[in-house]
Design a protein around this ligand. Structure first.
Ligand SMILES: [Zn+2]
Length: 233
């Protein structure tokens, strides 16, 4: 029970952080965390205002059956989160927002090109964009198909090297090893979306040179990573 309460608090805090960070308007967003050993995830309840949300309202969902415990319905995007947890075994948290700049690129159906080192520190290239959903995928099991669309786009791509995606005509999903990492990646994605837009407005469309992209990504995430304080190499 204590462990459950701890996770519920963490999920509540992540959802509130999205609001405080300006990434979410009204109830347009959701954050979840998973416990793979127990086969469950926790997610925001559907349609509850952030200012009245409490930790005990965070909904527990069975990872395999998709069934939830308690009276409150989980976020309408739950099936997307479930699909991603099942197919990306290394992620522990997922965030979905309609943050303005990232959503603008998604609506324009454009990947976000890597224009500089801020982007290269976190994504090993352009932020991937999914294809558009087919009408029959929208009509039936829409949220499940949204998850499948992301998985299809990530075929052969390590989700930890690209900790987010733009769903075409919709918006961003980000993830990480923890729910806090997923929130951080949502912030980073919004910032690099804004910077890339501004850079292109200033007249530069050519992406970062490849050697600089690789240098920045690898020094943080590669096998010889040396960025930060915890590595003595
Ligand atoms: Zn959405």
């Amino acid at each position: 029970m204590t462990l459950n309460n701890e996770i519920r608090k963490r999920v509540l805090q992540a959802n509130l952080d999205l609001l405080d960070l300006g990434l979410v308007c009204l109830t347009w967003g959701n954050a979840s965390a998973v416990d793979r050993q127990r086969g469950v995830m926790w997610i925001k309840p559907s349609g509850i205002e952030y200012n009245s949300m409490s930790a005990d309202q965070i909904v527990e969902v069975d990872l395999n059956t998709g069934e939830h415990l308690g009276n409150l319905k989980p976020s309408s995007d739950t099936a997307t989160h479930l699909s991603l947890y099942k197919h990306f075994p290394d992620i522990g948290g997922i965030v979905h927002t309609h943050s303005s700049m990232a959503t603008s690129w998604a609506q324009a159906c454009l990947e976000i090109p890597c224009m500089g080192t801020t982007h290269a520190d976190h994504f090993n290239g352009s932020v991937p964009l999914t294809r558009r959903l087919h009408p029959e995928e929208i009509k039936d099991r829409y949220e499940h198909h949204t998850g499948q669309l992301i998985i299809e786009r990530f075929k052969g791509i390590d989700p930890l090297h690209f900790p987010g995606v733009l769903v075409a005509e919709h918006g961003p999903f980000t993830w990480g090893k923890t729910i806090q990492d997923a929130v951080t990646h949502a912030v980073i994605l919004e910032e690099i979306a804004k910077m890339a837009y501004q850079t292109q407005l200033l007249g530069k469309h050519e992406p970062i040179q490849k050697s600089l992209l690789e240098k920045h990504f690898q020094r943080k995430h590669g096998p010889q990573a040396y960025y930060g304080q915890n590595n003595n190499t």
